[in-house]
Design a protein around this ligand. Structure first.
Ligand SMILES: Cc1cc2nc3c(=O)[nH]c(=O)nc-3n(C[C@H](O)[C@H](O)[C@H](O)COP(=O)(O)OP(=O)(O)OC[C@H]3O[C@@H](n4cnc5c(N)ncnc54)[C@H](O)[C@@H]3O)c2cc1C
Length: 351
């Protein structure tokens, strides 16, 4: 089958890999001009490592392990008052998300068509296939379309409608950005917490750089998701007047090139497919950063979806039903972890 996958991050390239192994012809479309490098660190737990192993990629991923050690919780003067064990925030294996994407892309690029700098504009399906128009390219027909385009999935919006009814806000906003490792951290991090806010810095890329994160509690905010300068201002306003390294971090944030800002949120849907279109990874069942399971879900979901399509021998409806049945319990459990993680995210500062 000719299968269009929207999104070239984790779920998309992983699915492309398995679809090729089962003899299908995947095409991956991604709005970014190339695979996204760097980014924040993601960790793997449990079965996702088995999937990487079955893909023959586990050693490559291990080679880029951040080897993060325990981190220190510090007060306003930078003095350690508690230790946060690495296993809590770095799982069984931790890697920069961009490194994982690159590995998945390199493993598939030779026999998968990647279309960068484009995205789906419209989808129209009938019993013979899906007619897809693109923001830039010519319209094309596909047998199936998979939305692996993340929390704010365009595919989901086109097929299921606006995200609001599916989005469960976890009450936290997060900004993450690159900066020099000016504290000289060696495979470790520093975390500073005040009620409802947390700032942290971790070393990255063999201590040659650092990543900072600023988290704050908030009800849903009204802002333009594409206006990065507005995002920086929102974060700066929330952290104005805070101590420790926060003033320096805010200054670094204002000019950081690799800057991420979003709500911590989940996607909760009672079904993940409609006809010939199916959702995969965060697009269908984001469990939120506080679950620490999103990457694993994306990898395992890709493996299961491709496996069920092969098993069903071309009956996509049967395959999608089986995929949902297999994934549902796993996702529900992780979404619970994500909600609980958000509730106890802001550890008490020292009294
Ligand atoms: C701050 C933070 C920390 C996290 N930490 C962890 C962790 O420690 N462990 C863990 O397991 N998970 C973690 N996660 C979650 C993890 O990053 C995601 O669950 C995982 O990346 C999901 O992969 P995905 O491929 O489904 O979606 P995404 O990685 O979100 O990728 C979506 C892709 O779709 C593309 N796209 C967007 N719009 C379109 C469009 N219109 N057309 C085509 N493509 C489009 C995007 O450019 C992107 O390439 C974290 C997430 C965040 C935000």
């Amino acid at each position: 089958m000719n299968i269009l996958i929207s999104g070239a991050s984790v779920a998309g390239p992983a699915l492309a890999y398995w679809l090729r192994r089962h003899g299908h012809t995947p095409t991956v479309v991604e709005p970014a001009r190339q695979v996204r490098d760097g980014g924040y660190a993601v960790d793997f737990r449990g079965e996702a490592l088995d999937v990487l192993d079955r893909m023959g990629l586990l050693e490559q991923v291990r080679a880029l392990d951040t080897h993060m050690g325990d981190a220190a919780m510090v007060d306003g003067d930078g003095n350690r008052y508690a230790t946060l064990p690495a296993v809590i925030f770095a799982g069984d294996l931790e890697i920069l998300k961009g490194d994982l994407t690159r590995i998945l892309y390199e493993a598939t690029r030779d026999d998968v068509e990647y279309v960068f700098g484009d995205s789906i504009a419209s989808l129209e399906q009938d019993e013979t296939g899906v007619r897809v128009t693109f923001a830039r390219g010519e319209p094309r027909m596909f047998d199936l379309v998979v939305g692996a385009d993340g929390l704010h999935s365009r595919t989901r919006e086109l097929v299921f409608g606006p995200e609001e009814p599916f989005l469960r806000h976890l009450g936290i906003y997060t900004a993450i950005f690159n900066l020099d490792n000016y504290l000289g951290l060696e495979n470790t991090g520093r975390l500073y917490t005040v009620p409802g806010k947390a700032a942290n810095i971790f070393s990255a890329r063999d201590n040659t750089e650092a990543r900072a994160a600023l988290h704050f509690v908030s009800d849903p905010l009204d802002y333009d998701r594409r206006d990065v300068e507005q995002h920086r201002r929102i974060v700066a306003e929330h952290f104005a007047g805070e101590g420790w390294e926060v003033p320096r971090l805010l200054k670094e944030m204002m000019s950081a090139e690799d800057f991420y800002f979003d709500a911590n949120a989940q996607i909760v849907m009672d079904r993940w497919s409609e006809g010939r279109v199916v959702l995969l990874g965060d697009a269908g069942y984001c469990s939120g950063p506080t679950s620490g399971r999103g990457t694993s879900q994306a990898l395992i979901g890709a493996y299961i979806l491709a496996g069920e399509l092969a098993e069903a021998g071309g009956d996509h409806a049967a395959a999608f039903t089986a995929y949902e049945r297999q994934m549902r319990g796993y996702v529900t459990e992780h979404q619970q972890v994500g909600r609980e993680g958000a509730e106890r995210f802001f550890m008490d500062p020292p009294t």
